[in-house]
Design a protein around this ligand. Sequence first.
Ligand SMILES: [Zn+2]
Length: 159
Amino acid sequence: MRVGFGYDVHPLILGRKLILGGEVIPYQKGLDGHSDADVLIHSLIDALLGAAGEGDIGQHFPDNDEQYKNISGLKLLENIYKILKRKKLAINNIDVSVVLEEPRIAPFIMKMKKNIAQVLKISSEKINIKATTNEKMGFIGRREGAASYCVVSLNEDSD
Ligand SMILES: [Zn+2]
């Protein structure tokens, strides 16, 4: 059994789409970054890479590389799936906590789980996504950004 942890943060700005777990969520601001800035998926990728002993997201997808400009987090996750498969690692479970002040993302969680389950070829029952606010404190509380934490466990395939 292997365990991995991931953390990511992005600024919230006007003129960008808010994309979390591969879902576009209606809101007046969106997360800014070189890619689609899907903070949830990025924290998941770092957790998976951590558990696999494969470094971090920046090593695999450099943010000064033009081919990753505005790239979907789910697309990056497909590459991580291939690494896991090559190393014969199977996902046991995924637990994510997204921290943002608004909007409420609860109505979108089922769809996010489905998106992730599809890419990683696992049951969505292995995925748990939680959302919390920062109780109006700090940059998240001022709606200047959002963060995401993720823990995963992997099994080394016996076959
Ligand atoms: Zn990121």
